[in-house]
Design a binder for this molecule. Structure first.
Ligand code: SF4
Ligand code: MG
Length: 329
C-alpha cells in the first residue's frame, strides 16, 4: 500500500517566557493511502501540534520547527511557501476541528461556506456548486438539505454543525482529512454517528483519515492503525487490532484500562493513570513515562528506550521489550 503522508523525525518547540518547550521530539509515522490512522494521547502530548504541523498551521514564532520532514505525496510540506500551502489546504488536505462553532463563519450561510472552496479550487459555477453542496449535505446526513442550504450556523445543533464542518472539509475532495478531536464536544451517541459517518465517507470517496483523539475508546471501531504519543514522542504504534489485543507499552495498557467497557462488571473499576506528564521544558534523558510507570526499572531513569519491533507493523518504545532488560533490572 502506498503512503499518502509520512512524518519523519518531526521536532517542534515553543518559545515561551519560561523557556523552550520541546512539544514534539522526533515523531515518525505514516498514513497508508485510504486508511484511518489515529494518534492517541493525553492533552499536551504533542498530538495536535503534530497535526497542525502537517498542514503548516503553527505560527512561527512562538513555534519553531527543530527538524524532520513531512512528506505529503512525496513532497516536504515544511518546505512549501504559504502560497503553496493555501492551495494544498482545503484542496488536497482537509481539516476538522474540535469545536465547529469557532471554525464556522457565523455571518455566512452554510451553503456559502460549502460552495466557496468548490468555486475557488474546482472551478465550479454557482449552480454546479449549489447542486454539489446539497448532495454533500445529504451525504453527511443533514435532513432537508435544500432548505438548510440558506441557513446560518447558529440554526444548527452541535452535532449538525460538526456534520456541516465535515461537508465543508469534503467539498474539495481532499485526499487526506485531518480530524483533531472531532467529536470531543459532542455527546456519546452523536460521537458514534459522526465517526461512522467519517468511515462511510472514506469507503465512498477513498479519503485517507488522520484522527487525533485523547480517547482510545473511539478508535476501536473506526481506525486501522494507532499511534500512541506521550510527552512529545511516539511510545507505541501498530494496527488497531494489535494495539487492542496485544498492547506492550505500560502507558498504552494504562489507557486501555481507563476505557469504560459495556461488558465490564461495576466491581472492575476503571483505573486512571496516576500522576502527570513530565515537564517538556526540561525533559529527562530517560523514559518519559518513568515517573508514572509501575514497571519502571533502573535503566529507565536515565536512558531513553529504543523503539523495539514487536511483530508485523507493531513497535513499542519501552525497555521491557529489550532483551537485556531483565539482566540489568
Ligand atoms: Fe516503564 Fe521503563 Fe518501559 Fe518506560 S521504559 S514504560 S519506565 S518499563
Ligand atoms: Mg488538542
Amino acid at each position: 500500500m502506498s503512503t499518502i503522508i509520512e512524518v519523519k523525525n518531526l521536532a517542534v518547540s515553543f518559545h515561551t517566557y519560561g523557556g523552550e518547550v520541546q512539544a514534539v521530539r522526533g515523531v515518525s509515522f505514516s498514513v497508508p493511502r485510504g486508511s484511518t490512522v489515529a494518534i492517541v494521547g493525553e492533552s499536551g502530548c504533542g498530538k495536535s501540534v503534530t497535526a497542525k504541523a502537517m498542514m503548516q498551521l503553527l505560527s512561527c514564532p512562538p513555534a519553531e520547527y527543530k527538524g524532520g520532514e513531512i512528506l505529503f505525496n512525496g513532497e516536504d510540506i515544511l518546505q512549501k511557501t504559504e502560497r503553496q500551502m493555501e492551495r494544498i489546504r482545503g484542496n488536497e488536505m482537509g481539516m476538522i476541528f474540535q469545536d465547529p462553532m469557532t471554525s464556522l463563519n457565523p455571518t455566512l450561510t452554510i451553503g456559502r461556506q460549502i460552495t466557496e472552496g468548490m468555486m475557488k479550487h474546482r472551478a465550479f459555477n454557482g449552480k454546479e456548486a449549489k447542486e454539489e453542496a446539497i448532495q454533500l449535505l445529504h451525504l453527511v446526513g443533514i435532513p432537508q438539505p435544500e432548505q438548510r442550504f440558506d441557513q446560518y450556523p447558529h440554526e444548527f445543533s452541535g452535532g449538525m454543525r460538526q456534520r456541516v464542518m465535515i461537508a465543508i472539509s469534503l467539498a474539495c475532495q481532499p485526499e487526506l482529512l485531518i480530524a483533531d478531536e472531532p467529536t470531543t464536544a459532542l455527546d456519546v451517541t452523536i460521537q458514534a454517528q459522526i465517526l461512522q459517518l467519517l468511515k462511510k465517507l472514506q469507503e465512498e470517496m477513498g479519503t485517507s483519515i488522520l484522527l487525533i483523539t485523547h480517547d482510545l475508546g473511539v478508535v476501536a471501531e473506526t481506525c486501522d492503525y494507532v499511534v500512541v504519543m506521550y510527552a512529545g514522542v511516539v511510545v507505541e504504534s501498530g494496527t488497531a487490532e494489535e494495539i487492542f489485543a496485544n498492547a506492550q507499552h505500560p502507558y498504552t495498557k494504562g489507557l486501555l484500562q481507563s476505557i469504560p467497557r459495556l461488558d465490564q462488571q461495576r466491581a472492575q473499576a476503571l483505573r486512571p493513570i496516576i500522576g502527570s506528564p513530565p515537564d517538556l521544558m526540561d525533559p529527562s534523558p530517560g523514559c518519559p513515562f518513568y515517573a508514572r510507570c509501575e514497571q519502571a526499572m533502573r535503566i529507565c531513569k536515565n536512558h531513553h528506550p529504543t523503539l523495539e519491533h514487536v511483530n508485523g507493523e507493531h513497535y513499542s518504545s519501552c525497555w521491557l521489550r529489550h532483551p537485556m532488560a531483565q539482566v540489568v533490572r
